[in-house]
Ligand binder design. Structure first.
Ligand code: KIV
Ligand code: NA
Length: 263
């Protein structure tokens, strides 16, 4: 297959081809996901929970993300690589730029940041300096101490309206991609329809331009409480390649997420 590029993701949105994304933290799984045709590998700060055993993503550092990004880049051939900017690494545009450069030099093509309106100047600052940005709205786990837990967002008219405005703001600032986490499926569709950049949902309904899952959740490895939007794709499969292929097929043909995975 052809290498997946940032403009290539936009082409997929225009053509109506669903985008598949999985988190990935090492070279062996990068090679596996790449050969299974996953479009985007995300070095998520979820690694703080699934790899390091913390109970939130807050302890993760830029050095941690860069280490895992370099490993993923060595295993990957064609997938696009997106690296999370961890908590505390993008408080100002200048610090965001310095830290994003570390992640791009480690092998990412794009960085992901959690937030909306307040991030617009930072998104503009990075994109002007040739660093593509993925924004992340809805349930933003780095804000767990503000949100008071990992809860569905955008359930009231007021919070849904705010989220729609923030989505437009990050797009206007130059974001190339938008992750939507744990919001009502109807809101996921409204936001997706209102934008001209691709949206990637995790608990945001089937109408997003693509889907993402944490690989440990897809494989049924993570022992914590299973979120509603998680599906264990190992069920009915005898090897990991088959589970990843089943995920890719289910996203592409819109059978995942099913209503039972949505809010
Ligand atoms: O860190 C992560 O794994 C993520 C995805 C769940 C979108 O941000
Ligand atoms: Na993350």
């Amino acid at each position: 297959r052809k290498a997946v590029s940032v403009p290539g993701l936009q082409n997929m949105r225009v053509q109506g081809e669903k985008i598949t994304m999985l988190t990935c933290y090492d070279a062996s799984f990068a090679a596996l996901m790449d050969r299974c045709g996953v479009d985007i590998l995300l070095i998520g700060d979820s690694l703080g929970m699934v790899c390091q055993g913390h109970d939130s993503t807050l302890p993760v550092t830029v050095t941690d993300i860069a280490y895992h990004t370099a490993a993923v880049a060595r295993g990957n051939k064609k997938a696009a690589i997106v690296a999370d900017m961890p908590f505390g690494s993008y408080g100002t545009p200048e610090t965001a730029y310095q830290n994003a450069v570390q992640l791009i030099q480690a092998g990412a093509q794009m960085v992901k940041l959690e937030g909306g309106n307040w991030l617009a100047p930072t998104i503009k600052f990075l994109t002007e300096r040739a660093i593509p940005v993925c924004a992340h709205l809805g349930l933003t786990p780095q804000s767990v101490n503000v949100l008071g837990g990992y809860k569905v967002q955008g359930k009231t008219d007021a919070t849904a309206g705010l989220l729609k405005m923030e989505a437009l703001a990050v797009q206007a600032a130059g974001a190339s991609l938008l992750v939507l986490e744990a919001i009502p499926a109807t809101l996921g569709k409204e936001v997706t329809d209102s934008l001209d950049i691709p949206t990637i949902g995790i608990g945001a309904g089937v109408d997003c331009s693509g889907q993402v899952l944490v690989m440990h959740d897809l494989l049924g490895v993570f022992p914590g409480r299973k979120a509603r939007f998680v599906k264990n794709f190992m069920e009915g499969q005898t090897n990991i390649d088959a589970a990843v292929l089943a995920y890719v097929a289910a996203v592409k043909d819109k059978t995942f997420p099913a209503p039972e995975h949505c809010f």
